[in-house]
Design a protein around this ligand. Structure first.
Ligand code: MIG
Length: 665
């Protein structure tokens, strides 16, 4: 059951497609304090608080304070309060079980026992918001009700479940060819190569550098002939440059956000001085979406949207002030004491991602001027919506791959997300796992993290362990930052090991795609905390380093350096499946309880539940190679059966009953 409580003058976010009638009575569960602009709940010691999608820390969000404030947050440190997203949905599970969604485009704080250990307090920056209270028998039921409310999640094409290789630093066609050749020659499956900002003409969206890619359409085709799709990046900001058609047109039509003086607001990003399309203005949004056509026409079928928090390196006027202050300092006393030095240093450090800059520009929503900071969390969402809505117009029968960095709930209907600039830290491998569950709760199913870690130098064992998780995530992509150690798997020593692990992804594809599609179509979770299936099991309620994947499997990746294995808790009897480096598979039945499981670096181990089976394909070098019809099965129990989802993976005939059939042992 869903109840909406409305306060003040609510901005229409379109997070929820069909808005239910507002309630008039008092809100259950939460103490509403309008003067403090907050909602408060006293938590029971046993309560778990789930949700918040993309954010730091655990699956149980208790013990920290989080902010919904889309930020270019490249460190993912434990002391941060937000990452790139604003996912305002939580479930309190315990003495009382209920869900809350705050439909609100500005900055929100979720203090989940930070200020006071047992107090949950949600605070808004102004009191214009809709609060949805969602009730149901269990956390799972509440989440399904919520997911139905927010509308069906974006569906990626089947090929996007292949292995993808990316690096900020593949600058021309030859670099891409080398990546593909190294995979193919070594027998490492590959379906996608991503193009980062260097493919563009001086970082101008919707252009391709002609020296680096002399005939782009031809190159796209050359790659497709090898079963490789190129996936270019699109940045949020548009370069200021007369003669660049996107800039000229946007200026002429008035489609960019404006400053207080009504003139286009200038901030700097990759190309230097840039403008920000008014994604909240429908006409401007349609126009921006139409720009993707240039690349679609050259054979591109997928994109990733970046820097759409939006990330701003510096605002023009702040830079001018900083330079003036530095000039003053230069001319004055250069003996800087602590205070003076701090001030000096911060003049430069505070230029980037300065929240004050979000107060300097405006959107035009149906003729009304709205200051950006009040609707900040809707920007990335509406950039991706621009693309998603355009794809419906430009290629209505085709699935286009789309994922974004910034997001809020609502965007899940138009694209997936990747988990942003993580680092090559072991802790970020574990965070990748945890976030899968929280993101699924908020409607983001096509997701994954940069395998091997984006920032910092990685190591072979970290990359290998990370793949042993990444083969299960819908978005499977190795991506790294310019200047860091190269981390394509063929750069390392144990190629056989990598081949085994990545090869297993392709054997599991019939299962993974099936579970993904069923989760989307049934408003269900693909990845679940153990507690959801064992609400009465106290151990299961605390476990955050193992997850259920669909109804059949439990995964428990190794996430510690030099570990030879790990402890795994089985909330019930299960069959352990071990895939070894020689391509073999071992099956061992384990009883309920704790087990130390050895996991050599190149093995993949996971667990099959009793009475279930999973299909396995024969694998392949690309998704096109995989035979989704002639399947082997692995089962645990005699009467096991499986609901298998299979379609062409390209078109949109999702509801066709022939797509679902039952497989028996
Ligand atoms: O500030 O395009 O998260 O994946 O490689 C860096 C360069 C800008 C951030 C993205 C990252 C990408 C990088 N971009």
């Amino acid at each position: 059951m869903v109840k909406r409580y409305s306060f003040g003058d609510v901005f229409q976010t379109d997070s929820i497609p069909v808005i239910p009638e507002a309630q008039t009575g008092a809100m259950p569960y939460m103490d509403v304090c309008e003067s403090e602009m907050s909602l408060t709940y006293q938590m029971d010691p046993e309560d778990i608080v789930y949700g918040l999608g993309e954010n730091v820390r655990g699956i149980n969000k208790r013990g920290w304070i989080y902010e919904s404030k889309c930020s270019d947050e490249s460190k993912h440190l434990e002391d941060r309060r937000s990452l790139y997203a604003a996912h305002n949905f939580i479930v309190v599970d315990g003495r009382e079980t209920f869900g809350l969604f705050i439909d609100y485009p500005g900055i929100l704080t979720f203090d989940v026992g930070y200020t006071e250990l047992s107090t949950l307090r949600i605070t808004a920056s102004d009191w214009n918001l809709d609060v949805y209270v969602i009730e149901g028998e269990s956390a799972v039921e509440i989440i399904r009700t919520f997911r139905k409310l927010i509308g069906r999640s974006y569906i990626a094409p089947l090929w996007a479940f292949g292995n993808g290789q990316s690096r900020w630093g593949y600058v021309n066609a030859q670099d891409v060819r080398d990546v593909v050749r190294n995979h193919r020659e070594n027998g490492i499956p590959l379906d996608m190569v991503y193009l980062d900002i260097d493919y563009m003409e001086r970082f101008k969206d919707f252009t391709v550098n002609k020296e680096r890619f002399p005939d782009f359409a031809e190159f796209v085709q050359e790659m497709k002939d090898q079963h490789i799709r190129l996936v270019p990046i699109i940045d949020a900001a548009v370069k200021e440059e007369k003669g660049y058609s996107v800039y000229d047109e946007g200026i002429e039509k008035g489609y960019f956000c404006t400053g207080a003086d009504g003139k286009p607001f200038v901030g700097a990003v990759w190309p230097g001085r840039s403008l920000f399309t008014d994604m909240l203005n429908k006409e401007a949004r349609d126009w921006f979406g139409d720009q993707y056509k240039v690349l679609l026409d050259q054979g591109i079928e997928g994109f990733w949207n970046d820097m759409n928090e939006p990330s701003i390196f510096y605002a023009e006027d702040r830079l001018a002030d900083a330079l003036a202050s530095i000039a003053d300092m230069r001319d004055g006393d250069q003996n800087l004491d602590l205070d003076a030095f701090t001030k000096f240093k911060n003049l430069v450090l505070d230029l980037s991602a300065n929240p004050e800059d979000y107060k300097k520009f405006y959107h035009n929503v149906n003729g009304k001027r709205i200051r950006h900071d009040q609707v900040h969390n809707l920007y990335g969402y509406n950039m991706t919506r621009a693309a998603g809505e355009a794809f419906e117009r430009l290629a209505p029968d085709k699935r286009i791959l789309m994922f974004s960095r910034a997001s809020c709930i609502g965007m899940h209907r138009y694209g997936g997300i990747w988990q942003g600039d993580n680092k090559s830290y072991w802790g970020h491998l574990l965070m990748n796992l945890k976030m899968m569950a929280s993101l699924n709760m908020c409607g983001f199913l096509y997701t994954g993290a940069d395998l091997g870690g984006f920032g910092s130098d990685t190591t072979e064992d970290l990359v290998m362990r990370w793949y042993a998780l990444g083969i299960f995530t819908p978005l499977m992509r190795n991506h790294s930052e310019m200047g860091t150690r190269r981390q394509e798997v063929y750069r390392f020593t144990d190629l056989e090991g990598f081949k085994n692990i990545i090869g297993l992804r392709y054997k599991l594809l019939p299962y993974l795609y099936s579970e993904y599609m069923k989760a989307v179509l049934d408003d269900d979770l693909m990845f679940r905390p153990l507690a959801f299936d064992h609400p009465g099991d106290k151990r299961a309620r605390t476990i955050e380093d193992q997850l259920y994947l669909g109804k059949e499997l439990m995964i428990a990746p190794v996430y510690e350096q030099n570990a030879r294995g790990r402890y795994v808790y089985l909330p019930e009897r299960m069959k352990m499946l071990r895939f070894t480096r020689d391509g073999g598979m071992e099956e061992t039945v384990l009883e309920k309880g704790d087990h130390y499981v050895e996991v050599p670096l190149s093995d993949v181990v996971f667990f099959l539940r009793e009475g279930r089976l999973i299909p396995l394909s024969g694998g392949g070098q690309c998704v096109d190679d995989v035979d989704f019809e002639n399947l082997a099965v692995v089962s645990f129990g005699e009467n096991a059966e499986y609901e298998y989802y299979h379609d062409d993976g390209l078109s949109k005939d999702y509801e066709n009953p022939v797509n679902r059939r039952v497989i028996r042992a």
